[in-house]
Design a binder for this molecule. Structure first.
Ligand code: 5GP
Ligand code: ZN
Length: 112
């Protein structure tokens, strides 16, 4: 009964730009930047704390997915931000582990 699992299995519509055996990448419904994509492992995992030995490979594939998605959107040279919100203090809303890719315009520095 997970929103992102339903998107991955195409039980609810979304703008999927890339999908393979491990990952699904789709447009965020409420974009916070000109390019705002969600890089989501097909395997359901809610939090970083649920990772198990062997899941390191999947994390690497998420970064490869970010590279592909940035190239597809023409922002691989101008730059982008990769964000993982994990848990309540970070405002994680969807409890299926995912990485945000934001770009297409100059952002404020997040640590400032
Ligand atoms: P979180 O706060 O969990 O890191 O981010 C969840 C993201 O999922 C938010 O940026 C939100 O806009 C996006 N989102 C929530 N519901 C949907 C949906 O039904 N479709 C899509 N494409 N994105 C969604
Ligand atoms: Zn899920």
């Amino acid at each position: 009964d997970c929103l992102f699992c339903k998107i991955i299995h195409k039980e609810i519509p979304s703008e999927i730009i890339y999908q393979d055996a491990d990952l699904t990448i789709f447009k965020d419904i409420n974009p916070a930047a000109p390019v705002h994509l969600l890089i989501v492992p097909n395997q359901h995992l809610a939090f970083v704390s649920e990772m198990e030995p062997g899941d390191e490979v999947l994390l690497g594939k998420m970064f490869s997915g970010a590279k592909i998605a940035a190239e597809m959107n023409g922002i691989d040279q101008t730059g982008y931000r990769l964000i993982i919100n994990n848990g309540p203090d970070a405002h994680q809303e969807v409890l299926h582990f995912h990485m945000h890719l934001l770009g297409g315009g100059k952002m404020r520095h997040p640590m400032g």
